[in-house]
Design a protein around this ligand. Structure first.
Ligand code: SAH
Length: 481
């Protein structure tokens, strides 16, 4: 019963193996924990209740880290993963737990972080808001094309013993394989996005194979077909951006064929990427068909999404998240609202109807361009969006120019807020802070600092990413009297 992920991991010399370890609880970052001889062992790829032999990768005085070499007993909580690529593809690692259990662990994770790290007086957490749709929830999916595919060693052995032909070179579409940089996991059906996403990927693969067009070789950085990004909106609009290593005379034939085969595509772009990395941020996507962007709708607000725009990837849950953030802001039409780490301005725009003024701050200039465009699209005239680092922008002069904040909504990346910003927020003392976080550990650290002047009044976790360990949490903080 060897776990397929670990078949790829090289066996280490004199590696320590702990036998018959009972996995006791969920820890964090997708890892579970067990206690052996008073030492905490963090184990990946398991669920509480499993009994495993653990191969240690790191062993310190009080803790160690490892992966399951063998499963001796599977937890009674386990359910059969619905995806045939589970364990090999790096995504959706919690499929082996029922969704209710996933939610329970996420709720507990928020609670544990806040009480252990935050150590402040807390109201009772509201129950985590789960997703109605636990599959097909992503509005953006990126596949990689590659000339080599990864075959897990047990499948390899099986094919060999059957005398079957092993084909691991040619042209494939899928996701990067965990721990193997130059090969991809070939995907048949990915359940993260509604069709025609998988069908589009397969049609592109088939076209390239039929026409002898080379798939990208990650090691030598040669080849034509690199990636495809599919973005869909609840409005029905569908954008695809095909990333290619170089211009190829006949590429329009592929584009025309896709448009004919998939009339759902409302805009098609292609991007030439001659770089060694996959990021398209410094590249120029070319519009081949349609308007080059799609429109997403949350309530009656519209958002323009371009190939490079950031947008929350789970539209339906984003709507719920923004709804809570807006409710916690307690706006009555008279307040000045700051939207810090605003991205493309979506939270501020969502809350705009009941704010006197919105001021958004964001590091990425392109996102601020989108935010301004989105504000215009929704006829929001009482907004200002500023590009820059929050710790440089949010100084006394800034607050003097735009008005003292009545409400601050802050939505930092995983690292949480910079201490300098937390200090500024304490100084400026807005009556309400709404803290949206994708990392309860850094959120807990920050509220411990804010505790000097703020009381936590509401806590609401939201699940944005079913079958993954990622957690989103919204908090309302009020100035202590
Ligand atoms: N509130 C937005 C985006 C949140 S993601 C939404 O819901 O869509 C966090 C954002 O913080 C990212 O857009 C990132 O570019 C931005 N960011 C990261 N560090 C920053 C900093 N130091 N100053 C300003 N913005 C920052």
């Amino acid at each position: 019963m060897q776990h397929p992920i670990f078949a790829a991991v090289k066996k280490q010399k004199r590696a320590i193996v702990l036998e018959d370890v009972l996995v006791q609880d969920y820890a964090a970052e997708g890892k579970c924990l067990a206690r052996v001889d008073g030492k905490v062992i963090f184990i990946e790829g398991t669920v509480p209740g499993d009994v495993v032999d653990v191969q240690l990768q790191k062993s310190k005085k009080d803790w160690a880290e490892g992966y399951p070499l063998r499963f001796k007993k599977y937890s009674a909580d386990r359910v059969l993963p619905f995806c045939s690529h589970f364990g090999i593809c790096g995504g959706c690692q919690w499929q082996s737990l029922p969704y209710e259990k996933q939610l329970l662990y996420k709720q507990k994770q928020v609670n544990d972080n806040l009480s252990r790290i935050g150590k402040v007086i807390l109201p009772e957490l509201f129950s985590i808001i789960g997703a109605d749709e636990t599959r097909h929830y992503r509005n953006k999916l990126e596949f990689t094309f590659c000339n080599k595919k990864f075959i897990p060693s047990d499948e390899f052995r099986k094919l060999k013993s059957e005398g079957a032909e092993i084909i691991n070179e040619g042209g494939f579409g899928g996701f990067h394989a965990k721990g193997v940089f130059d090969k991809i996991v070939e995907i048949d059906t990915c359940h993260l996005q509604h069709e025609p996403t998988n069908l589009i990927r397969k049609a592109i693969v088939a076209y390239a194979l039929e026409n002898n067009l080379p798939f990208y070789d990650i090691k030598s950085h040669q080849g034509w077909l690199r990636n495809v990004v599919v973005r869909s909106a609840t409005t029905g609009e569908l954008m695809i951006n095909i990333v290619l290593g170089y211009d190829e005379e006949n590429q329009t034939k592929l584009f025309d064929q896709l448009l004919k085969q998939f009339p759902q595509i409302t805009t098609l772009l292609y991007t030439i990427n001659k770089k060694f990395n996959d990021s398209i941020f410094d590249l120029n996507p070319q519009v081949y068909f349609g308007k080059g962007s799609i429109i997403e709708q949350l309530e009656d607000f519209q958002f323009k999404i371009s190939p490079k725009s950031f947008f929350q990837t789970n539209t339906k849950q984003a709507e719920k998240l923004y709804h809570i953030a807006r409710e916690y802001a307690e706006l009555d039409g008279t307040q000045t609202l700051y939207d810090l780490y605003c991205g493309t301005g979506s939270i501020g725009i969502f809350a705009s109807k009941n704010a006197k003024k919105i001021i958004g701050v964001e590091l990425i200039a392109q996102a601020i361009e989108d935010a301004k465009e989105n504000a215009a699209l929704n006829n929001i005239l009482h907004s200002v969006f500023v590009t820059g680092d929050v710790i440089d922008i949010c100084d006394d002069a800034f607050f003097e120019t735009h008005g003292r904040p009545d409400v601050v909504i802050t939505d930092p990346p995983r690292a949480g807020m910079h201490e300098k910003l937390v200090k500024k927020l304490l100084e400026i003392a807005a009556p309400i802070i709404v803290y949206v976080s994708c990392n309860p550990a850094t959120q807990a650290r920050d509220i411990a600092l804010l505790d000097e002047k703020y009381a936590v009044t509401k806590i609401q976790p939201v699940d944005m990413f079913p079958h993954t360990h990622h957690i989103e949490n919204v908090m309302q903080l009020k100035l202590k009297l």
